[in-house]
Design a protein around this ligand. Structure first.
Ligand code: CP
Ligand code: NVA
Length: 313
């Protein structure tokens, strides 16, 4: 991972993910280390954020580094200057860049022209940092990943795409229920099926939530209307009405199934408050794990883990 970009889950190998989860679990119990001393992360955000911004900022501070946040109003990628020019300047000044963009092309363009690693902090196609935190959370709650079944209910969006790729890469069966026209893109599905085949697991797509949650260890959902799609909100609420995660739906999954959501959540839309605040819900563990897994990611990218493990031998 050293010096590499993270634009998509496909940039990682299953071994890299396994090591990252194990590092993150270790760093979780031992928070403050100077392993990224004097390293600087630029956060370039075209969209709002709570978890991603705060988890990156706290992660860098706990590891001795610093962050510079550029808000949607300040960024102006493609307006004030091109993504290429912005990245070409930033990489002369900072050690790593995390960018949240509307279009995947924008963050890919930044990576193309940056000499320092670029992390996709969410775009219209993927949200890899979220999927890594989710895999870590599932691993913590279930003790293993291989052979489990994750069922995703709702929009085949950025979160679904990265989760599907991450799960299939790690030997987790992936079921997804989405209405026609809102399924994951064919290219992602093809890659996920290839990963699944290599791991002896399966991808199952349906438009019926009750079929998808059968035998599920994890039931996952996300907003019906992602950032940038606000004009479609009313139409989507209507279309996705049958895709709410309710107690009745949770009861059709395994008895010990957990509920997951990347947040922010819309209570009464994709999930009921009853499920969201139920004992099965691990949504706040997921949010916390964003920080722990991003520490492992940043440390691997910037070479800090060598220091961490040398010091602790
Ligand atoms: N889950 C997530 O990425 O949250 P934010 O949009 O608040 O960063
Ligand atoms: N799918 C959501 C995820 C938010 C973290 C969005 O893109 O808005």
């Amino acid at each position: 991972m050293k010096g590499k970009d993270l634009l998509s889950m496909t940039d990682l190998s299953s071994e890299e993910i396994r090591v990252m989860i194990s590092d993150a679990v270790e760093m979780k119990s031992d928070k403050w280390h100077n392993i990224l001393d004097r390293k600087i992360l630029a956060l370039v955000f075209e969209k709002p954020s709570l978890r991603t911004r705060v988890s990156f900022e706290v992660a860098m501070r706990q590891l001795g580094g610093h962050t510079i946040y550029l808000s949607p109003a300040e960024v102006g990628l493609g307006k004030r200057e091109s993504a290429r020019d912005a990245a070409s300047v930033l990489c002369r000044l900072v050690d790593v860049i995390a960018a949240r963009t509307f279009s995947h092309e924008t963050v890919a363009d930044m990576a193309r022209w940056s000499d320092v690693p670029v992390i996709n902090a969410l775009d219209d196609v993927e949200h890899p940092c979220q999927a890594l935190a989710d895999l870590m959370t599932i691993f913590e709650k279930k003790g293993d990943l291989h052979g489990l079944t994750v069922s995703y209910i709702g929009d085949g969006n950025n979160v679904a795409n990265s989760l599907m790729l991450g799960c299939t890469m790690m030997g987790v069966n992936f079921n997804i229920a989405s209405p026609a026209g809102y399924t994951v893109p064919e290219s992602i599905l093809t890659t996920a099926r290839e990963y699944a085949e290599g791991m002896n697991t399966a991808v199952f797509c349906t438009d019926k939530p009750s079929e998808a949650v059968r035998d599920a260890d994890v039931v996952y959902t996300d907003t019906w209307t992602s950032m940038g799609q606000e004009e479609e909100a009313a139409k989507r609420r209507e279309l996705f009405a049958g895709y709410q995660v309710t107690t009745k739906l949770m009861n059709q999954a395994k008895a010990d199934a957990i509920f997951m959501h990347c947040l922010p959540a819309h209570h009464g839309e994709e999930v009921t408050s009853e499920v969201f605040y139920s004992p099965a819900s691990v949504v706040f563990d997921q949010a916390e794990n964003r920080m722990h897994i991003q520490k492992a990611l940043l440390s691997q990218m910037l070479g800090g883990l060598d220091v961490f493990f040398r010091r602790h031998k």
